[in-house]
Design a binder for this molecule. Structure first.
Ligand SMILES: [Zn+2]
Length: 433
């Protein structure tokens, strides 16, 4: 490869993201990338004081040296920590220069703010990540608080990315650990998709499946290999762009994390990173799935609870939602998917009939709980509820509540419909010593 050839990683066709440059020292290709993908547009760098130091200032120098005339950069304060608030995106959109290409220089929050602002102005943008911390760099939609309510605001993924591993290597260590944990969730998220596919709730889409599951074991093989991990996180974003849905990237482990987030989870007064929450979540998911793998169908169903009446279920849901911090949706969603009478009986029959075949599929898809825990520990990620600030009680409460909050079919629905969720949750003891 000659020095002037951009280290381009192929991107599946037909996505918002058209060009992905990844490598050590890749920032030097930013001028070339912008000229190629956004001809004639004025670069407009957006950063905070930290990411400006890490990459923004150098990027501006490179653009000027290449004869480009970047607009005056927009730099947020680095402290206090910038919150992903929709109001900042509106502000960015309102001051966005004419005929520009916004260039987000940052980790998750800056990218989400710029992604949304560019979406508001219907302009394609470029992202220069400064940490290898989440899979959201390449996904459509931005996770923002709109009037204090965290939601995914619709907007296109970045049209181009310029990811320099030597810059990302300067980010604090826990950010890479967090990115590794988020990537490792794709193993259990895939297993949740297998469950949904097996009971006919959501079919596996083969091309999307291959993009992630065909490569995941390679991507998670070394928790310090940033090139490999960022490639995996980026591909996860593409898979969501292809599906227009987060199914390929997110299963029950992400649902746990959403519940803990809504409950305002903090550890020693600070927010816990996304990756660390879903990392603990993925261990819980793995243990619930190990119950299916290791319990013969007859033995399992000997413990099944009987199906509740709608009134009983409604009371059970109210009890789980007693903290009142989850909004109105979970009650509606969980009652709508609750099965009674014939539908409930048929679902149980189906579950019993696929139980052992499914156990074999899950065992093939998953690493064991011990293996997953060792991988997370080795990557300096927390592996117990206490390490992310959860009491055992709050941990267990989150597992049951997570089944209520979304329509995504996971191991939680499967076990609940079988009348075996409480029984399977006994396995979680292994995480709570
Ligand atoms: Zn995630």
């Amino acid at each position: 490869m000659s020095d002037n050839t951009m280290p381009v990683i192929p991107v599946p066709a037909g996505l918002d993201t058209r060009c992905f440059v990844l490598g050590e020292g890749a920032l030097k290709y930013l001028p070339q990338l912008l000229q190629q993908e956004f001809p004639g547009a004025t670069p407009w760098l957006i950063a905070d004081t930290n990411t400006w130091k890490a990459a923004g200032a150098e990027a501006e120098k490179l653009l000027i040296a290449a004869g480009m005339k970047p607009a005056a950069a927009y730099i947020f304060p680095g402290t206090p920590v910038l919150h992903p608030d929709f109001a900042y995106s509106e502000k960015l959109a309102s001051v966005m220069p004419e005929n520009c290409v916004p260039v987000a220089v940052g980790s998750g929050v800056i990218n989400d703010l710029v992604k949304c602002a560019a979406g508001l102005k219907k302009l394609p943008y470029c992202c220069v990540p400064t940490a290898c911390s989440v899979d959201g760099f390449t996904s459509a939609g931005a996770a923002l608080a709109v009037n204090h309510n965290k939601q995914t605001v619709k907007c296109p993924a970045p049209a181009a990315l310029c990811a320099d591993t030597s810059i990302m290597a300067t980010a604090p260590g826990p950010m890479l650990s967090s990115g590794f944990a988020d990537l490792l969730t794709k193993v259990v998220a895939g297993a949740d998709w297998i469950i949904a596919d097996t009971v006919g709730e959501q079919a596996i889409r083969e091309d999307v499946w291959q993009l992630i599951q065909g490569n995941i074991r390679r991507w998670v093989s070394d928790s310090k290999d940033m090139l490999n991990i960022f490639e995996g996180l980026a591909a996860t974003g593409y898979s969501m762009q292809m599906m227009l849905d987060s199914r390929p990237a997110s299963g029950s482990e992400h649902l746990f994390s959403h519940v803990w987030e809504m409950e305002g989870l903090q550890k020693d007064g600070t927010d816990v990173s996304h990756g660390f929450k879903v990392g603990v979540g993925l261990l819980a998911t793995a243990l619930l799935m190990e119950y299916i793998i290791s319990t013969p169908v007859k033995e399992a169903f000997a413990h099944a609870q009987s199906v509740l009446s709608t009134e009983e279920r409604s009371a059970e849901i109210d009890k789980l939602l007693v903290k009142n911090c989850y909004g109105a949706e979970p009650k509606k969603i969980s009652l709508a998917k609750f099965k009674t009478g014939n539908a409930a009986a048929q679902r149980r029959e189906l579950i019993a009939s696929v139980w052992e075949e499914l156990g074999a599929k899950l065992s093939k898809q998953l690493y064991t709980f011990e293996e997953l825990r060792a991988m997370l520990k080795n990557a300096d990620c927390p592996v117990t509820p206490a390490e992310i600030g959860l009491s055992n009680e709050q941990f267990l409460h989150g597992i049951k509540t997570a089944q209520l909050i979304r329509n995504r079919y996971t191991v939680l629905d499967f076990l609940y419909e079988a009348g075996l969720l409480d029984e399977a949750m006994k396995n979680l003891e292994k995480m709570m010593q």
